[in-house]
Design a protein around this ligand. Structure first.
Ligand code: NAD
Length: 432
């Protein structure tokens, strides 16, 4: 297949590269000229393990290229994926302006039959609207089909998630579009991963409902962790015992400082808005979000119990990205926590293995350190905000020597409280 991938961000670039790896010819399009220039030189504009090698190989074999011209890319392709951003817009609903603008351009520049695939996460009913926009912008009637193909990859695991997914969801209106989509993914079908073909609206909603369910599990465990702290139960034991129930399963049961990133926060809010627009109640969705907002702020009062006067104190922070193995700071708990500490007069030293460049653009008056040890040197306490592996196995005796006071507040439960006590730390975690 000849594919144009419009939007070369975390999803578009990974999807475009992986689709070229599956044997398709892919041209990635973005309006960001700087990004496209970097990509042409083989520079990946964000951190994603495994992506650079795959990108280089497929570019060398001429299956993958980059451009800022949607017109050229569209006219050379028979399938067009839309993978531009759908951030939070007015009243927390999804802002679909970028998707609409791409659809208008597709209608305008179309030179023959195309299959147009919506990969961006869009509210149920959007694909139908996009179909109308495309038709309305055509200067003469040209036949096209439309499909929904939401993406479920996780940043940090994106390449593997794309090439070995739990499932591929495809929403189509007819057999022709179904056949074409199955052709694009035939490399994955060979691995026996299920390809679910359904109607377009169900496909759009599967994406939002999946993210909301995962977010619900996180908020649920965070709510239970508060009761653990009051009563002396241990959330890790509770999660283990729950996870052994095959109806529940063990994944996504970790308590922590809440979810962040470019998907869960905006998708839970957008789904709640879609519910209300359709006269449905969104009680569970609103609760998921409210618990998460509180949880993001929960590290600061824990620290204040140990250091009541934060004014003038130096606090070390390990981890800035919203989760490990990414440099993405969108909706990261680190932003809420650091800004709150700064309001209380604390000085911040911070380290993240990959996200410091992005953090510098958002978090000001922070001393960015070269490694985890420099961060704790002379600090009055350490906060653990992102659970990078290198923090799990660090020399804790050295950390204790470098800290001014041996206080650790761990937002990700990466250590065992009894071991930390034995090492002489004052150690506070979540729900333990
Ligand atoms: P992103 O912000 O990383 O990338 C979006 C890209 O689209 C940017 O490079 C931007 O310059 C480009 N763009 C914007 N308008 C454009 C236009 N008119 N023409 C061409 N390019 C344009 O966003 P993302 O994280 O890749 O997310 C894209 C979509 O995928 C969203 O709907 C998101 O919800 C969904 N999604 C994201 C993830 C994730 O982990 N990031 C996972 C699954 C689904």
């Amino acid at each position: 297949m000849k594919i144009a991938m419009i939007g070369a961000g975390y999803v578009g670039l990974v999807s475009g590269t992986c689709l070229s790896e599956l044997g398709n010819n892919v041209v990635c399009v973005d309006i960001d000229e700087e990004k496209i220039n970097k990509l042409k030189k083989g520079i990946v504009p964000f951190y994603e393990p495994g992506l650079k090698d795959l990108m280089e190989r497929n570019a060398k074999e001429k299956r993958l290229s980059f451009t800022t011209s949607i017109k050229e890319a569209l006219q050379e392709s028979n399938v067009v994926f839309i993978a531009v951003g759908t951030p939070t817009g007015k009243n927390h609903s999804a802002d679909i302006e970028a998707v609409k603008s791409v659809a208008a351009n597709i209608g305008k520049f179309m030179n023959g039959y195309k299959l147009i695939v919506i990969k961006s996460t869009v509210p149920v009913g959007t694909t139908e609207k996009l179909k109308k926009i495309i038709a309305s912008k055509q200067s003469k009637k040209i036949d096209f089909d439309i499909a929904s193909n939401p993406e479920f990859l996780r940043e940090g695991e994106a390449v593997n998630d794309f090439l070995i997914p739990d499932r591929i969801v495809i929403g189509v209106e007819n057999e022709k579009a179904k056949k074409a989509m199955e052709g694009i993914y035939k490399g994955i079908a060979r691995t026996n991963k299920p390809i679910m073909v359904t109607d377009i609206k169900s496909s759009e909603l599967i994406k939002y409902a999946s993210n909301a369910m995962l977010a619900a599990r996180i908020s649920f465990m965070n709510e239970i962790s508060a009761l653990c702290e009051k009563t002396g139960a241990d959330i890790k034991e509770v999660a283990k015992g729950m996870g052994l129930d095959s109806r529940i399963g063990s994944r996504f049961l970790q308590a922590g400082i809440g979810y962040g990133g470019s998907c869960f926060p905006k998708d839970v809010k957008a789904l709640a808005e879609t519910m209300k627009e359709n006269d449905c109640k969104a009680r569970m969705l609103e609760a998921i979000e409210a618990v998460n907002q509180d949880q993001k702020k929960s590290l600061v009062p824990k620290l204040q119990k140990l250091l009541p006067e934060l004014n003038g104190k130096t606090i070390g922070v390990w981890g800035l990205a919203f989760k490990p193995k990414t440099d993405d700071l969108r909706e990261a708990p680190s932003i809420v926590i650091i800004e709150e500490l700064q309001k209380l007069g604390a000085k911040i030293k911070a380290f993240d293995p990959e996200a410091m460049e992005n953090a510098r653009k958002i978090l000001k008056n922070v001393v960015y350190c070269k490694d985890a040890f420099e961060t704790v040197k002379g600090s009055d306490a350490l906060l653990i905000v992102t659970e990078w592996n290198e923090f799990r196995d660090i020399d804790l005796k050295e950390v204790k020597k470098l800290l001014k006071q041996p206080i650790i507040v761990d937002g990700r439960n990466i250590y065992e409280p009894t071991e930390m006590k034995a090492l002489g730390f004052t150690y506070v975690a979540i729900g333990r």
